[in-house]
Design a binder for this molecule. Structure first.
Ligand code: GDP
Ligand code: MN
Length: 380
């Protein structure tokens, strides 16, 4: 789960990482009030779950409450790479002398948290990694050992920070960032830029914070930060029904059971010249209600023109899935052709059920390849 900047900063604040004082605003009038309360120049920041807001015109300085209101007016409703701005974070403006970058993420290969730190912050870290890899310090932390003072020294000396006061502050921030990463079961904690003010104060000017969905049950307060409006309606519906759903860009809606089978189905669709519109994973389930729920979500996507069911019965029985398909067709009008490939446990019973009922838009195919070909043909 990705957090908004203001939410990530709230977790930073709790972890003892310095951040600027700010207020949330949903209207231009609220932005003005926030600026009045904060006093002095403020920065008006679009709250969207994507980066690069500055370049997209989503971050603007304002000298006065009037100006904050005007900037808020401009930023609200802005579309930043498909994310429409509905919330603003109004923050006391900072003077910036230097922009650094600090993050902790998972290195799945090394099975350890990975720190990255550079004094060339503010820009995309991928750019630094490409153009000046020697300026980027990478450092693993053994999770059993935890963050040690020598890690902090490796980071600051490695990146060439020579001011002792900065070294001290950055070391403390890195230790706390690691603490936040562990305590909140994060996947990513990124500060870009981590600034040094002209007065020498180091603080987090931005936050990117991703919490492991599977650990949210341990953090009810963080789970509550989820903003359902930030997700497309089908994704919201899928989450409510407990269906795994991923939106893609083509025309064939895919329903399978098990992540591996679904992934290979995507490949086969592309192999035969089609493009998947989305996919639903029924997982180990596949009872009738699960099929109905998944079909509702898939058909809610206006890009879908054909649907491919790829079921390999194991614990899930194909006759049960067939009943689910028929039940769904009885309950809802599905205008699209549906191609079904059933194999594994009780496949014959399943196919027979479908053939006997023979709904007009249903096509049963014996193999995955033939089913994919048929679905792509019918999607045109
Ligand atoms: P991003 O573009 O989505 O990464 O948003 P950031 O929060 O990182 O802001 C982008 C840039 O805006 C920063 O790198 C800063 O240069 C600038 N910026 C943000 N807040 C302030 C501020 O308080 N004062 C000044 N002077 N610049 C700011
Ligand atoms: Mn940033």
């Amino acid at each position: 789960m990705d957090l908004y900047e203001y939410q990530g900063k709230e977790l930073f604040r709790r972890a003892g990482i310095p951040v600027s004082d700010g207020r949330l605003a949903e209207t231009a009038a609220e932005a003005r009030t926030a600026a009045e309360e904060l006093g002095g120049p403020v920065v008006v920041k679009a709250q969207v779950l994507t980066g690069g807001r500055g370049k997209a015109g989503g971050i603007k300085l304002a000298e006065s409450p009037e100006e904050a209101e005007a900037r808020a007016e401009e930023i609200l409703g802005l579309d930043i790479r498909g994310h429409v701005v509905r919330k603003l974070w109004i923050e006391k403006a900072s003077d910036i002398a230097k922009e650094y970058y600090l993050s902790v993420t998972f290195d799945r290969g090394a099975k350890q948290p990975l720190f990255m730190f550079t004094t060339q912050g503010g820009v995309d870290i991928e750019e630094v990694a490409a153009s000046a890899p020697e300026a980027l310090v990478k450092l693993h932390v053994d999770p059993f050992q935890g963050f040690q003072p020598w890690h902090a020294r490796s980071l600051v000396y490695g990146a060439g920070v020579d001011d002792p006061d900065e070294q001290r502050q950055i070391s403390a921030i890195a230790a706390r960032l690691y603490g936040a990463f562990v305590d909140f079961d994060a996947m990513l904690c990124e500060i870009n830029p981590l600034i040094v003010t002209p007065a020498g104060e180091v603080k987090a000017l931005d936050s990117k914070f991703t919490v492991d969905d599977n650990a949210l049950f341990r953090h009810p307060d963080v789970a509550e930060m989820r903003d359902p409006e930030a997700y497309p309606p089908e994704e919201r519906a899928a989450r409510e029904k407990g269906v795994t759903y991923v939106k893609l860009d083509g025309e064939v809606g895919i329903l399978g059971n098990g992540a591996g089978l679904v992934m290979s189905t995507l490949d086969v669709i592309v192999l035969v010249g089609g493009r998947p519109a989305n996919f639903c994973d029924l997982g180990g389930g596949g009872d009738a209600q699960g099929v109905v729920d998944a079909l509702e979500i898939i058909t809610g996507d206006p890009q879908v023109t054909a649907i491919l069911f790829n079921i390999f019965g194991g614990i899930t029985r194909c006759d049960e899935v067939a009943r689910g398909i028929l039940q769904a067709l009885g309950q809802m009008a599905i205008p699209h052709p549906i191609v079904v490939r059933l194999d594994g446990t009780n496949a014959e019973e399943g196919r027979k059920l479908l053939e006997d009922a023979a709904p007009p838009n249903l096509h049963v195919e014996p193999t995955m390849l033939e089913a994919a070909r048929r679905a792509v043909e019918l999607a045109r």
